[in-house]
Design a protein around this ligand. Structure first.
Ligand code: IPE
Ligand code: IPE
Ligand code: MG
Length: 248
Protein backbone atom coordinates (compact mmCIF):
# COMPACT_ATOMS: atom_id res chain seq x y z
CA UNK A 1 0.00 0.00 0.00
CA UNK A 2 1.30 3.43 -0.81
CA UNK A 3 1.68 6.03 1.91
CA UNK A 4 -1.24 8.12 0.77
CA UNK A 5 -3.69 5.28 1.34
CA UNK A 6 -2.33 4.74 4.85
CA UNK A 7 -3.21 8.27 5.92
CA UNK A 8 -6.13 8.60 8.33
CA UNK A 9 -7.93 11.65 6.95
CA UNK A 10 -9.70 12.26 10.26
CA UNK A 11 -6.39 12.79 12.10
CA UNK A 12 -4.49 14.97 9.68
CA UNK A 13 -2.10 17.60 10.94
CA UNK A 14 -3.80 20.91 10.23
CA UNK A 15 -0.45 22.65 9.81
CA UNK A 16 2.76 21.14 8.43
CA UNK A 17 5.98 23.17 8.42
CA UNK A 18 9.05 22.25 6.39
CA UNK A 19 12.68 23.31 6.61
CA UNK A 20 13.61 22.80 2.96
CA UNK A 21 17.30 22.02 3.21
CA UNK A 22 19.98 20.44 1.03
CA UNK A 23 19.74 22.28 -2.29
CA UNK A 24 23.44 23.16 -2.32
CA UNK A 25 24.59 19.62 -1.58
CA UNK A 26 22.21 18.21 -4.20
CA UNK A 27 23.76 20.46 -6.85
CA UNK A 28 27.30 19.74 -5.68
CA UNK A 29 26.71 15.98 -6.03
CA UNK A 30 25.95 16.70 -9.68
CA UNK A 31 28.92 18.98 -10.19
CA UNK A 32 26.63 21.96 -10.62
CA UNK A 33 26.37 25.39 -9.01
CA UNK A 34 24.39 25.75 -5.77
CA UNK A 35 21.82 27.88 -7.58
CA UNK A 36 20.94 24.89 -9.76
CA UNK A 37 19.94 23.14 -6.56
CA UNK A 38 17.69 26.05 -5.61
CA UNK A 39 15.93 26.15 -8.96
CA UNK A 40 15.53 22.36 -8.88
CA UNK A 41 13.86 22.69 -5.47
CA UNK A 42 10.92 24.53 -7.03
CA UNK A 43 9.50 21.25 -8.31
CA UNK A 44 9.56 19.88 -4.76
CA UNK A 45 7.67 22.95 -3.55
CA UNK A 46 5.01 22.44 -6.22
CA UNK A 47 4.69 18.70 -5.49
CA UNK A 48 4.52 19.22 -1.75
CA UNK A 49 1.98 22.02 -1.96
CA UNK A 50 -0.24 20.04 -4.33
CA UNK A 51 0.06 16.90 -2.22
CA UNK A 52 -0.71 18.72 1.02
CA UNK A 53 -3.74 20.50 -0.43
CA UNK A 54 -4.97 17.28 -2.02
CA UNK A 55 -5.17 15.37 1.28
CA UNK A 56 -6.64 18.27 3.25
CA UNK A 57 -3.76 19.93 5.11
CA UNK A 58 -4.87 23.49 5.86
CA UNK A 59 -1.53 25.28 6.34
CA UNK A 60 1.83 24.46 4.79
CA UNK A 61 4.70 26.66 5.96
CA UNK A 62 7.91 26.53 3.97
CA UNK A 63 11.19 27.94 5.29
CA UNK A 64 12.56 29.49 2.10
CA UNK A 65 15.06 32.08 3.34
CA UNK A 66 16.29 32.82 6.85
CA UNK A 67 17.57 36.09 8.24
CA UNK A 68 20.94 34.36 8.55
CA UNK A 69 20.87 33.43 4.84
CA UNK A 70 21.57 37.11 4.02
CA UNK A 71 25.15 36.31 5.07
CA UNK A 72 25.63 33.98 2.09
CA UNK A 73 27.70 35.15 -0.90
CA UNK A 74 25.98 38.05 -2.65
CA UNK A 75 25.71 36.11 -5.91
CA UNK A 76 23.75 33.32 -4.19
CA UNK A 77 21.46 35.77 -2.37
CA UNK A 78 20.76 37.60 -5.63
CA UNK A 79 20.08 34.35 -7.44
CA UNK A 80 17.65 33.28 -4.71
CA UNK A 81 15.77 36.59 -4.83
CA UNK A 82 15.55 36.42 -8.63
CA UNK A 83 14.35 32.83 -8.45
CA UNK A 84 11.70 33.86 -5.96
CA UNK A 85 10.29 36.54 -8.27
CA UNK A 86 10.36 34.19 -11.24
CA UNK A 87 8.74 31.35 -9.31
CA UNK A 88 5.99 33.50 -7.80
CA UNK A 89 5.19 34.76 -11.24
CA UNK A 90 5.18 31.36 -12.88
CA UNK A 91 3.60 29.31 -10.11
CA UNK A 92 0.67 31.61 -9.39
CA UNK A 93 -1.22 29.37 -11.80
CA UNK A 94 -0.47 26.34 -9.60
CA UNK A 95 -1.92 28.27 -6.66
CA UNK A 96 -5.07 29.15 -8.61
CA UNK A 97 -5.48 25.62 -9.97
CA UNK A 98 -5.25 24.13 -6.48
CA UNK A 99 -7.27 26.78 -4.63
CA UNK A 100 -4.23 27.72 -2.51
CA UNK A 101 -3.84 31.09 -0.81
CA UNK A 102 -0.33 32.49 -0.41
CA UNK A 103 0.83 34.07 2.85
CA UNK A 104 4.28 35.18 3.98
CA UNK A 105 5.98 35.56 7.35
CA UNK A 106 9.26 37.22 8.25
CA UNK A 107 10.89 40.62 7.97
CA UNK A 108 9.37 41.15 4.52
CA UNK A 109 10.39 44.80 4.36
CA UNK A 110 14.01 43.71 4.12
CA UNK A 111 13.38 41.99 0.76
CA UNK A 112 14.46 43.75 -2.44
CA UNK A 113 11.73 45.99 -3.87
CA UNK A 114 10.75 43.83 -6.84
CA UNK A 115 10.69 40.65 -4.73
CA UNK A 116 8.50 42.38 -2.16
CA UNK A 117 6.13 43.68 -4.85
CA UNK A 118 5.83 40.32 -6.62
CA UNK A 119 5.16 38.66 -3.28
CA UNK A 120 2.44 41.14 -2.32
CA UNK A 121 0.89 40.75 -5.76
CA UNK A 122 0.70 36.95 -5.44
CA UNK A 123 -0.70 37.28 -1.90
CA UNK A 124 -3.43 39.66 -3.12
CA UNK A 125 -4.27 37.63 -6.21
CA UNK A 126 -4.72 34.39 -4.24
CA UNK A 127 -6.42 35.88 -1.16
CA UNK A 128 -9.79 34.36 -2.08
CA UNK A 129 -8.57 30.75 -2.20
CA UNK A 130 -9.54 28.60 0.74
CA UNK A 131 -8.41 25.00 0.29
CA UNK A 132 -5.04 25.56 1.91
CA UNK A 133 -2.71 28.40 2.85
CA UNK A 134 0.91 28.15 1.76
CA UNK A 135 2.98 30.29 4.09
CA UNK A 136 6.43 31.30 2.84
CA UNK A 137 8.94 32.14 5.55
CA UNK A 138 11.16 34.78 3.99
CA UNK A 139 13.89 36.72 5.71
CA UNK A 140 12.50 34.90 8.70
CA UNK A 141 14.11 34.25 12.04
CA UNK A 142 12.21 33.20 15.10
CA UNK A 143 14.31 35.23 17.53
CA UNK A 144 13.76 38.32 15.40
CA UNK A 145 10.03 37.66 15.50
CA UNK A 146 9.93 37.10 19.26
CA UNK A 147 12.01 40.18 20.04
CA UNK A 148 9.83 42.20 17.67
CA UNK A 149 6.67 41.03 19.46
CA UNK A 150 8.19 41.85 22.87
CA UNK A 151 9.02 45.37 21.65
CA UNK A 152 5.49 46.06 20.39
CA UNK A 153 3.95 44.73 23.60
CA UNK A 154 6.36 46.80 25.73
CA UNK A 155 5.44 49.94 23.81
CA UNK A 156 1.73 49.27 24.36
CA UNK A 157 2.29 48.76 28.06
CA UNK A 158 4.28 51.98 28.20
CA UNK A 159 1.43 53.88 26.53
CA UNK A 160 -1.07 52.33 28.90
CA UNK A 161 -2.86 50.44 26.12
CA UNK A 162 -2.03 47.09 27.69
CA UNK A 163 -1.48 45.97 31.25
CA UNK A 164 1.27 43.44 32.11
CA UNK A 165 -1.55 41.26 33.45
CA UNK A 166 -2.99 41.01 29.92
CA UNK A 167 0.15 39.26 28.67
CA UNK A 168 -0.44 35.55 28.25
CA UNK A 169 0.31 32.89 25.61
CA UNK A 170 -2.56 33.90 23.34
CA UNK A 171 -1.76 37.60 23.48
CA UNK A 172 1.92 36.98 22.82
CA UNK A 173 1.11 34.71 19.86
CA UNK A 174 -1.06 37.44 18.37
CA UNK A 175 1.98 39.72 18.01
CA UNK A 176 4.03 37.15 16.11
CA UNK A 177 4.04 37.13 12.29
CA UNK A 178 2.09 33.86 12.54
CA UNK A 179 -0.88 35.52 14.28
CA UNK A 180 -4.10 33.73 13.20
CA UNK A 181 -2.14 30.70 11.97
CA UNK A 182 -2.44 27.61 14.20
CA UNK A 183 0.80 26.11 15.52
CA UNK A 184 2.31 23.38 13.31
CA UNK A 185 1.70 19.85 14.57
CA UNK A 186 4.37 18.40 12.27
CA UNK A 187 7.77 19.86 11.43
CA UNK A 188 9.80 18.22 8.67
CA UNK A 189 13.47 18.91 7.91
CA UNK A 190 15.17 17.46 4.89
CA UNK A 191 18.88 16.81 4.21
CA UNK A 192 19.72 14.86 7.36
CA UNK A 193 20.41 17.86 9.58
CA UNK A 194 18.98 17.65 13.08
CA UNK A 195 18.48 21.29 13.97
CA UNK A 196 15.87 24.01 13.92
CA UNK A 197 17.95 26.91 12.52
CA UNK A 198 15.88 29.65 14.15
CA UNK A 199 12.55 28.47 12.73
CA UNK A 200 9.21 28.90 14.57
CA UNK A 201 10.75 28.41 18.02
CA UNK A 202 7.64 29.57 19.86
CA UNK A 203 5.18 27.80 17.57
CA UNK A 204 6.79 24.32 17.66
CA UNK A 205 6.45 23.92 21.44
CA UNK A 206 4.51 20.69 20.91
CA UNK A 207 5.20 19.88 17.26
CA UNK A 208 6.30 16.40 16.23
CA UNK A 209 9.65 16.42 14.41
CA UNK A 210 10.37 14.36 11.32
CA UNK A 211 13.86 14.26 9.85
CA UNK A 212 14.69 12.73 6.49
CA UNK A 213 18.07 12.35 4.80
CA UNK A 214 16.50 13.23 1.44
CA UNK A 215 17.82 16.44 -0.04
CA UNK A 216 15.08 18.98 -0.77
CA UNK A 217 15.19 18.75 -4.62
CA UNK A 218 14.49 14.99 -4.27
CA UNK A 219 11.49 15.48 -1.96
CA UNK A 220 8.17 14.43 -3.53
CA UNK A 221 4.57 14.20 -2.40
CA UNK A 222 5.03 10.55 -1.34
CA UNK A 223 7.73 11.76 1.06
CA UNK A 224 5.24 14.17 2.59
CA UNK A 225 2.68 11.38 2.88
CA UNK A 226 5.29 9.12 4.49
CA UNK A 227 6.01 11.81 7.09
CA UNK A 228 2.29 12.16 7.84
CA UNK A 229 1.88 8.39 8.25
CA UNK A 230 4.80 8.46 10.69
CA UNK A 231 3.22 11.40 12.54
CA UNK A 232 -0.05 9.50 12.91
CA UNK A 233 1.72 6.59 14.63
CA UNK A 234 2.86 8.81 17.46
CA UNK A 235 1.14 9.42 20.75
CA UNK A 236 0.96 13.13 21.50
CA UNK A 237 0.76 13.43 25.27
CA UNK A 238 1.13 17.17 25.92
CA UNK A 239 2.58 16.47 29.36
CA UNK A 240 -0.07 13.93 30.38
CA UNK A 241 0.43 10.19 30.89
CA UNK A 242 -0.23 7.64 28.21
CA UNK A 243 -3.14 6.21 30.27
CA UNK A 244 -4.84 9.59 30.38
CA UNK A 245 -4.61 9.91 26.61
CA UNK A 246 -5.93 6.40 25.91
CA UNK A 247 -8.89 6.67 28.28
CA UNK A 248 -9.94 10.05 26.91
C1 IPE B 1 18.22 25.20 1.48
O1 IPE B 1 19.30 24.59 0.87
C2 IPE B 1 17.78 26.48 0.80
C3 IPE B 1 18.13 27.71 1.53
C4 IPE B 1 18.66 27.77 2.71
C5 IPE B 1 17.84 28.95 0.85
P1 IPE B 1 20.79 25.03 1.17
O2 IPE B 1 21.17 26.12 0.23
O3 IPE B 1 20.95 25.35 2.61
O4 IPE B 1 21.60 23.71 0.80
P2 IPE B 1 22.77 23.04 1.63
O5 IPE B 1 22.29 22.87 3.03
O6 IPE B 1 23.95 23.95 1.55
O7 IPE B 1 23.00 21.72 0.95
C1 IPE C 1 17.68 26.73 7.10
O1 IPE C 1 18.65 26.16 6.28
C2 IPE C 1 16.99 27.83 6.39
C3 IPE C 1 16.21 27.44 5.22
C4 IPE C 1 15.94 26.22 4.86
C5 IPE C 1 15.66 28.53 4.48
P1 IPE C 1 20.18 26.57 6.39
O2 IPE C 1 20.92 25.73 5.43
O3 IPE C 1 20.32 28.04 6.25
O4 IPE C 1 20.51 26.17 7.90
P2 IPE C 1 21.89 25.87 8.61
O5 IPE C 1 22.79 27.03 8.33
O6 IPE C 1 22.43 24.63 8.02
O7 IPE C 1 21.54 25.71 10.06
MG1 MG D 1 21.39 24.26 4.23
Amino acid sequence: MNFKDQIDKSRLPEHVAIIMDGNGRWAKQRGRLRTFGHSSGVKSVRETAEGAAEIGVKYLTLYAFSTENWKRPRSEVNALMTLLVKTLNKEIKTLHDNNIRLLAIGDLKSLPDNTYKELQYAIRETAHHNKMAMVLALSYSSRWEIVNAAKIIAEKVQKGELSPDDINNDLFSSYLTTANIPDPELLIRTSGEYRISNFLLWQIAYAEFYFTPKLWPDFRREDLFEAIVDFQKRERRFGKTSEQIVSK
